[in-house]
Design a protein around this ligand. Structure first.
Ligand SMILES: [Zn+2]
Length: 149
């Protein structure tokens, strides 16, 4: 089983780590702000969407006194959850990530979405003609896979 990795979030005011399994962001561990000193200062959450919303898995989370404790709780829960997650679940998250990044890029490039034209067709920033629904998603999956990675 590949190890989990973590990346610090951009928020400089609060220490938050995004937790990744391979390239999928499966959760976070972060310091709570404004919590009384006698209470747990750290929190963690496990879950990625779309992907983990099906079945009884839902999302998991808790608080801990230290980062190490939060990490241990996170990893213990992940060990239980990980065997129930399929490649299709990860793939759902990756596709959503890429589709979101693709939409931002379309916006940045001043390209029209098919929903914004009367014909229901428009052009991707790469020049390919795209339509609504599955043809749009197929294009993003095949031509721009990993755009949001
Ligand atoms: Zn394209």
């Amino acid at each position: 089983m590949p190890a989990l990795t973590r990346r610090r979030s951009d928020n400089s005011h609060q220490e938050t780590w995004h937790i990744y399994f391979e390239d999928v962001r499966i959760g976070h561990i972060g310091m709570h702000s404004g919590v009384p000193l006698h209470q747990d200062q750290w929190g963690w959450g496990l879950g990625f969407y779309p992907g983990m919303e099906k079945g009884p898995r839902g999302g998991f989370g808790g608080t801990a006194a230290t980062f190490e404790d939060a990490r241990a709780a996170f990893e213990a829960r992940w060990k239980l959850v990980e065997p129930t997650i399929t490649e299709a679940d990860y793939e759902a998250w990756r596709r959503d990530r890429d589709l979101t990044a693709w939409k931002y890029r379309m916006w940045d490039e001043h390209c029209m979405m098919p929903t914004q034209t009367q014909s229901g067709r428009s052009r991707c920033f790469c020049g390919t003609e795209i339509g609504l629904g599955s043809s749009l998603e197929e294009h993003v999956i095949t031509a721009h896979r990993g755009i949001g990675a």
